[in-house]
Design a protein around this ligand. Structure first.
Ligand SMILES: [Zn+2]
Length: 175
């Protein structure tokens, strides 16, 4: 839930029905943003070997993950369902952009390497005053997966595509 929404909902005492509607509405909003799923794997974790799961989703050895490999696969499935498209064989890796790309790609949350099946999540501290967590990881992954799924389907994978607004804006709640 966005902080601005929270303020709106809590401005004054509201009857139970209004609260229930607010909760349902926020869940609908959450659904489009993060799939309305509760991730129990909130906390830093590593994968020491390469793993491949459903849809050919591959995770290369990664450190500093706030979601499990299973969650990454689920996010890919959710993103495809949201877009009404299918794809496979995406490869995800968590890296320090500073070390891995030597500054070549700046300091984003993550990225999709254009015209490839490679998606990265940046583990560097971006100096924004708060920590990455599972919700942010999922928003990053959804956004980068939208790039890849569009590309895989021969559609325009650039940010102008309305699929980003529909299924993967990125880390908008925190900007
Ligand atoms: Zn993007």
């Amino acid at each position: 839930m966005r902080e601005s929404d929270l303020k709106e909902y809590t401005k004054e005492p509201t009857p139970f029905a209004a609260v229930a509607v607010a909760i349902i509405m926020s869940c609908i909003v959450m659904f489009f943003m993060v799939g309305c799923t509760v991730d129990s794997s909130n906390g830093l974790q590593d994968e020491t070997s390469t793993r491949t799961g459903a849809y050919g989703v591959t995770l290369k050895p990664s450190t500093g993950m706030y979601v499990s490999f299973e969650t990454i696969v689920n996010v890919f499935g959710d993103t495809m369902a949201c877009m009404g498209m299918t794809a496979q064989d995406v490869t995800v890796q968590y890296v320090s952009y500073k070390e891995y790309f030597n500054g070549a790609y700046g300091a984003p949350w993550g990225g999709w390497i254009v015209n490839s099946n490679l998606v990265f999540v940046n583990t560097d501290d971006l100096g924004l005053g708060f920590q990455r967590e599972a919700g942010i990881d999922k928003e990053i992954l959804r956004h980068e997966f939208v790039h890849y799924i569009l590309y895989y389907n021969g559609a325009d994978p650039k940010h102008g595509n309305p699929m980003f607004a529909q299924c993967g804006l990125g880390v908008n709640t925190y900007n």
